[in-house]
Design a protein around this ligand. Structure first.
Ligand code: ZN
Ligand code: ZN
Length: 176
């Protein structure tokens, strides 16, 4: 959400600098596990920082905001430039492999650079503790590996908003 900062105490989550009192700021709603009242709490950002770090969320909020937004055109340019680079935040998603180093969880063969891969969340045992991280699959290997292959294509499509039409067609052929 967008609001005028009521105090100058909040720090921007991206650049760690204070957000000035009276400045229009962007709040990303987060679940506050220490609050019983269910009151949402927010991570605050300077608008220019949010345009880089949270382009999609900021875009939605800018569209809803009826007040004056300083340098709106400049912000929209930054949002457009950042949106394509934003990593999907939800699993499962699909992306072009940035390197040839990942291995498919199902067939254990390497996933070639610049080819599509499906990322799923999985538990990773580091030896001292178990954490969650991304695991990767060839699209054609994904249906047999995941627990619920029926809804996989829809989920992946919903979470992978930066894919082009050719990539989507490839996904549909492999997962559909
Ligand atoms: Zn900032
Ligand atoms: Zn595979």
């Amino acid at each position: 959400m967008l609001e005028i900062a009521k105090s100058g105490r909040a720090k921007c989550r991206k650049c760690k600098q204070a957000i000035g009192k009276g400045e229009l700021r962007f709040g990303e709603e987060t679940v506050n596990q220490f609050s019983d009242s269910g009151e949402p709490s927010y991570f605050w950002y300077h608008l220019a920082c949010a345009a880089k770090a949270k382009p999609k969320l900021l875009k939605t909020d800018l569209e809803k905001y009826e007040g004056e937004v300083p340098e709106r055109a400049e912000l929209e340019k930054t949002i457009a430039a950042s949106a394509g680079k934003e990593k999907p935040s939800k699993f499962p998603y699909a992306e072009k492999a940035p390197s040839g180093r990942s291995r498919c969880l199902a067939c254990e063969l390497a996933i070639e650079k610049d080819t599509l891969r499906v990322a799923i969340e999985r538990e990773v045992d580091t030896g001292s503790f178990v954490t969650k991280g991304a695991g990767y699959l060839h699209p054609k290997c994904a249906p047999e590996f995941v627990e619920e292959p029926e809804g996989l294509l829809e989920l992946v499509k919903a979470n992978s908003t930066s894919l082009d039409a050719a990539a989507l067609a490839e996904l549909e052929a492999a997962l559909g």
